[in-house]
Design a protein around this ligand. Structure first.
Ligand SMILES: NC(=O)c1ccc[n+]([C@@H]2O[C@H](COP(=O)([O-])OP(=O)(O)OC[C@H]3O[C@@H](n4cnc5c(N)ncnc54)[C@H](O)[C@@H]3O)[C@@H](O)[C@H]2O)c1
Length: 262
């Protein structure tokens, strides 16, 4: 089934890799009119944006900025103002991680992670608001994590993902009057370059996951597409958890398995 995003213009940050790239491919397959691919990795963005065009007829606009830069967002939205008449979908997906505990986390690392994962999402919503208002029927999807629902052993990452969850609800309240819906997505472990160095850790958590495996980027992208589409027209301020059931009680499942309860 295609055509879910027919006539829609979407902007995805962190679009050169992993979940962002999977979102863009799904949007193109669902006939989005225009997809703006934003990433700070200019060379990779250029390379993948050509491949993405092969999935359908959408107009693809690659644009390189660092999402922490206010000047970058100003330049991008000034440019878009000349190119598009409205924005229907904004996916604030760009993110970084460093698994530092409280004791190990330097202020420099803290500031970097908060600026990309938290400030980047704030700036994205703030600067795209005028274009989103012109849609009258827009959807913002903010990428949080299951670490935005629980504690986790990376302090800055966890703090940033809880912040995204909170900002999403504030924005949902404020933007409803413009016909803009705002939801957060909370993936568990997904097989992307972000997790390349922790494959062993992911494998170890499979036992806590009712589905017994990590997720695939496309499994997240299909739900992001649902949130972007009119099929989710009454959803705003929601937290959509995509973790194979891990946060439903993974710790109890491990014990149940150990004591042969299941
Ligand atoms: N992979 C997972 O298991 C997982 C789980 C939960 C949440 N997430 C979240 O999903 C999002 C995407 O993660 P991913 O796994 O696809 O990661 P990834 O590393 O594969 O892709 C992230 C992309 O963001 C871009 N980026 C990083 N900093 C940027 C900046 N300052 N400005 C512009 N672009 C920047 C990178 O260049 C890269 O292309 C992140 O917010 C991440 O926290 C991922």
């Amino acid at each position: 089934m295609t055509g879910k995003l027919k006539g829609k213009t979407a902007l995805v940050t962190g679009a050169a890799s992993g979940l962002g790239l999977a979102d863009v491919i799904e949007f193109v397959k669902e006939d989005a009119e225009t997809v703006i691919m934003v990433d700070q990795n200019h060379s990779r963005l250029k390379e993948v944006s050509k491949k993405v065009a092969e999935y359908g007829d959408s107009i693809i606009i690659p644009y390189g900025i660092d999402v922490t830069s206010e000047n970058g967002w100003q330049a991008l939205t000034d440019f878009l103002d000349q190119r598009i008449d409205k924005m229907d979908v904004l996916v604030n997906n760009a993110g970084v991680n460093k698994r530092d505990t409280f004791e190990d986390c330097t202020l420099e690392d803290w500031n970097h992670i908060i600026s990309v994962n938290q400030t980047g999402v704030f700036l994205g919503m703030k600067y795209c608001l005028d274009l989103l208002k012109r849609s009258g029927n827009a959807s913002i999807i903010n990428m949080s994590s299951i670490t935005g629902l629980t504690g986790y052993f990376a302090v800055a990452y966890t703090a940033s993902k809880w912040a995204v969850r909170g900002m999403t609800k504030s924005a949902a309240m404020e933007f409803g009057k413009y016909g803009i819906r705002v939801n957060s997505v909370h993936p568990g472990y997904i097989d992307t370059p972000l997790n390349e160095s922790i494959k062993e850790l992911i494998h170890a958590t499979n036992g806590m996951n009712p589905l017994g495996r990590a997720g695939e980027a496309t499994e997240i992208a299909k739900v992001v597409t649902f949130l972007a589409s009119d099929d989710s027209s009454y959803m705003s301020g929601s937290e959509v958890v995509l973790d194979g059931g891990m946060t439903a009680g993974g710790q109890f499942k491990t014990i149940a398995d150990q004591f042969n309860i299941y």
